[in-house]
Ligand binder design. Structure first.
Ligand SMILES: [Zn+2]
Length: 216
């Protein structure tokens, strides 16, 4: 049984997810903690639940999703995984971090790349399916758990919205294809956990999302 805990960080309202299972292993997805308070709350949760962090994973490498990479790696001694096509996006972060109000951002190199041929990512007794959903950023991945029917989808689908595509490497048409061909192929009752805002479901977005509604 996978437990999902969400932390919301900073002015972007970025969501970090900690997924843990009965083995007490966990992964941290998109650690966006920048302030001391945000970092402490993540650390306290991990410690209080006696979790061992196996991996730190970025769905993509925009600044709000990687602000806490350095902290998480140093604190939990776990390797960082990023999608292979996100290396350039990650390398660009230090150049704009100070302008965006994050002068103390510390860059951290990834330890492993999630490659296109990688179908799964595991931790503890849990296997997550890796979905390739570029568009919001060039190498964006989502993580899907078929048994419990949930998907951690970063900035692909939001409740009633979709990820922006005006940042370098963004592509609106590609994002719409990722949604139609990958996300909307998931079961309707899949719960979707977003990089910003409330969770949603595939069925709700098919019916209500003004950007990618499926007319029936
Ligand atoms: Zn993003």
């Amino acid at each position: 049984m996978v437990t999902i805990k969400c932390f919301t960080n900073g002015g972007f309202g970025e969501n970090t997810y900690v997924l843990s299972d009965d083995s007490k292993s966990c992964i941290i997805i998109d650690p966006g903690c920048y302030s001391k308070v945000e970092q402490e709350s993540l650390k306290n949760y991990i410690e209080e639940h006696g979790l061992k962090v196996e991996k730190i994973v970025n769905t993509h490498c925009h600044i709000d999703h990687v602000l806490g990479n350095y902290f998480a790696k140093k604190t939990f001694k776990a390797p960082i995984y990023i999608p292979e096509n996100e290396q350039e996006v990650l390398r660009a972060v230090p150049t704009y971090a100070p302008m965006w109000g994050f002068p103390d951002y510390q860059a951290e190199e990834p330890d492993f790349l999630i490659k296109r041929k990688d179908k799964t990512l595991s931790f503890g007794d849990t296997k997550l399916e890796v979905l390739y959903v570029p568009g919001h950023s060039p190498g964006h991945v989502a993580l899907y758990h078929a048994e419990q029917k949930f998907c951690i989808n970063g900035d692909v689908l939001f409740r009633m919205s979709i990820g922006r595509t005006d940042l370098p490497g963004g592509n609106h048409e590609q994002l719409l294809s990722s949604i139609a061909e990958v996300m909307f192929e998931l079961p309707n009752d899949t719960k979707v956990y977003c990089g910003h805002g409330e969770p949603t479901s595939i069925e709700f977005e098919k019916k209500n999302n003004p950007f990618c509604r499926v007319e029936s």
